[in-house]
Design a protein around this ligand. Structure first.
Ligand code: ZN
Ligand code: ZN
Length: 367
């Protein structure tokens, strides 16, 4: 909890830049990040004026939990309809510019909010202003508490992978591999998987987001395993491509190309670089090997409370990488009738470069 006030401080700093006096937070991940509150319902109001305590509004089910998890927040009960409690949140603010999160409110909820707000007396009515990505941009750089949780999630991911890799054999189905991973992760401290694991053998692996099938895995097929444990809200993300038995003749060349692309990016990415340039580092290696058209997705993404967060590393990225960001590096090559190879590490970008959290070794072919 020691880190929570500093998160609120970091959000406050961005409010002036965004030209608002206070921010209404309705996104569930932003709520948890800013307040520490892990319940499923609640809104936050954070004023730029630091003499006002931040407010957490939630319903009666969570009042006790809210007080316990968010001691620096004033807890307000959402009692009855929004008409009944909105004034309690809005009136103390008065005639200020109150930002709302345009990415985290439905059109219907926004209309309701606007209508109810309009009924407040003019002197006590905030002006609702659209904002975008304020808390998300703060979340992109992780604090020490978050880094410890992300490292633990990565460690659980390594252990789960090691368990399944050492036990699986030809004839297991993809769904069984996925279940063995989850079972191991959850019985060793993961609260859930960060996402449904991808286990895709042979041509099925040519789909970057393939769902596991009830199909037996054969020898010599490339098997893409993309997985991550979730630990106290924080996600891990790692991909390894393996083969049971000796691989076919194409595999080492494709695998080495992806590995070279991964390692090039991992060695050269640095703060200040754009997400687009970072992507290009890896992409060029794959293009030079003649597989450019078979790397159809971006190089990576931020990870934290959500599996995909700011920044985006890809051709269309407009993000700039900063020290403190936790990102993935995950180039791949996908050949429709053959299969796929993807190699993904998640790690921390520091001043001196990228430091992977993944402890799982990668296949190396000595040529
Ligand atoms: Zn992944
Ligand atoms: Zn990923």
């Amino acid at each position: 909890m020691t880190s929570t006030p500093s998160r609120v401080e970091r959000i406050r700093e961005r409010l002036t830049e965004a030209d608002v006096d206070a921010l209404l937070i309705t996104d569930p991940y932003n709520r948890r990040y800013a307040s520490g509150f892990s319940g499923s319902n609640g809104w936050l109001v954070i004023a730029a004026d630091d003499s006002r305590p931040p407010v957490l509004a939630t319903d009666f089910r969570y009042l006790e939990q809210a007080a316990q998890e968010s001691p620096s927040f004033e807890v307000v009960q959402m009692k009855g309809k929004m008409e009944q409690w909105w004034g309690e949140l809005a009136r103390p603010l008065g005639r200020v510019r109150l930002g709302f999160e345009s990415g985290a409110i439905t059109v219907a909820a926004h209309k309701q909010l606007r209508d109810i707000n309009a009924k407040l007396p003019a002197g006590q009515r905030p002006a609702l202003v659209q904002t975008n990505q304020i808390v998300e941009s703060v979340r992109a750089c992780k604090d020490e508490t978050e880094l410890a949780l992300l490292r633990r999630a990565a460690q659980l991911t390594d252990e789960s992978f090691a368990h399944v890799e050492s036990t699986m054999e030809a004839g297991w189905t993809e769904t069984r591999v996925s279940w063995e991973i989850e079972q191991y992760a959850r019985s060793h401290g993961a609260e859930a998987m960060a996402f449904e694991s991808i286990v895709a053998a042979g041509p099925w692996g040519a789909r970057p987001h393939a769902r596991p099938r009830d199909e037996a895995i054969g020898e010599a097929e490339p098997i893409v395993i993309d997985m991550g444990a979730r630990y106290r809200g924080y996600c891990a993300d790692m991909t390894r491509t393996i083969v049971l038995g000796p691989p076919d003749v194409q595999f080492p060349r494709i695998y080495d190309t992806v590995l070279a692309a991964h390692d090039t990016a991992a060695q050269m990415i640095e703060p200040g670089m754009s997400g687009k340039v970072a992507d290009q580092l890896a992409r060029q290696v794959i293009v030079d090997a003649g597989y450019g058209e078979h790397f159809g997705h971006g190089l990576g993404h931020g990870v934290g409370l959500q599996i995909h967060e700011t920044p985006h590393l890809g051709i269309t990225s407009t993000d700039t990488l900063e020290a403190g960001m936790v990102i993935t590096i995950e180039p791949g090559i996908y050949l429709p009738d053959w299969g796929g190879v993807r190699i993904e590490d998640m790690g921390l970008l520091e001043e001196d470069g990228f430091h992977s959290f993944a402890g799982t070794p990668k296949l190396r072919f000595v040529s």
